[in-house]
Design a protein. Structure first.
Length: 277
């Protein structure tokens, strides 16, 4: 019988580059991997994600798979749910993919992530709407309160985005099913945002649609394109939207850890055994 894990307790990688063993004990909340360029931060993250992605639905049982092993909490869990944030806003090179999408606004990797998230956002709203209707029809004395509580995460997300984008006068149009913005009377699609705005939107929207459930969020250098003030707030914003998320990220930015996350930093050298035989 399948049982979902709440978080990853430990990641082990045997024979990284044929000469390193990695053993990383993780916290249930925030885990920050740091180190000099070329030491393997992104490789560790990417190998972990690749192995999690190898099985259908992002599910992977406890144990070793192709050199990568995971220990979950609880330890009798058989799979874990996760999301991956890619930070670099590079042009999409696949002409076949662009033709398949059929949306001329989708031109970069962040655009593609937003395109996929818009679909998931619609599903999220349908799910929340159905639960609100069920709550209101339950006949329970606190039905209205429960319905209000169900709508709060979406409102919090919209308020956070409006606050972050306030300097440029952008606001989410709250009557739309898809995410669009208004700015000085003009309607904007998310693909028209700056790279930093797109990136923050991708991160917070990903967190929202996980619906406060436990899962793992992998991020490789999420500070790319983000203003330093946004970097400082990033982890707190994520946990504010979903306190049940486990964050695993790599970074070069001191700003990301400024708001009390220094103790959550792990140096690659501290989890590496290079004495392979």
């Amino acid at each position: 019988m399948k049982k979902q894990a709440e978080y990853i307790k430990r990641i082990e990688i045997k024979g990284l580059w044929g000469r390193k063993n990695i053993a990383w004990d993780l916290r249930p909340d925030v885990n920050i991997l740091s180190g000099v360029n070329g030491i393997g931060k992104s490789t560790i993250l990417n190998n972990s994600v690749r192995r999690l992605s190898d099985l259908e639905g992002g599910a992977l049982s406890n144990g070793i798979h192709l050199g990568v092993s995971f220990t979950f909490y609880p330890e009798d869990a058989t799979y874990i749910h996760f999301d991956v944030i890619r930070s670099f806003d590079r042009p999409l090179l696949s002409s076949g993919l662009l033709e398949k999408i059929g949306n001329q606004n989708v031109k970069t990797e962040l655009d593609w992530q937003l395109y996929l998230l818009q679909r998931r956002y619609l599903d999220y709203q349908v799910n929340i709407g159905n639960r609100i209707i069920a709550a209101l029809q339950s006949g329970e004395p606190d039905a209205a309160v429960k319905a209000q509580q169900l709508s709060e995460p979406k409102k919090k997300f919209q308020d956070l985005i409006d606050d972050l984008f306030s300097d440029t006068g952008k606001k989410i149009i709250r009557t739309e099913n898809e995410i669009r913005f208004t700015q000085i009377g003009e309607t904007l699609h998310p693909y028209q945002l700056s790279s930093g705005e797109k990136q923050m939107l991708v991160i917070l929207l990903t967190v929202l649609i996980e619906d406060n459930l436990p899962y793992v969020l992998f991020m490789d250098e999420p500070e790319v394109s983000l203003h330093i003030e946004w970097q400082k707030r990033l982890i707190d914003l994520i946990l504010d939207l979903n306190p049940n998320v486990q964050i695993i990220l790599t970074t070069h930015s001191p700003a990301v850890i400024m708001n009390g996350w220094m103790d959550n930093v792990t140096e690659v050298s501290d989890i590496t055994d290079q004495n392979l035989r």
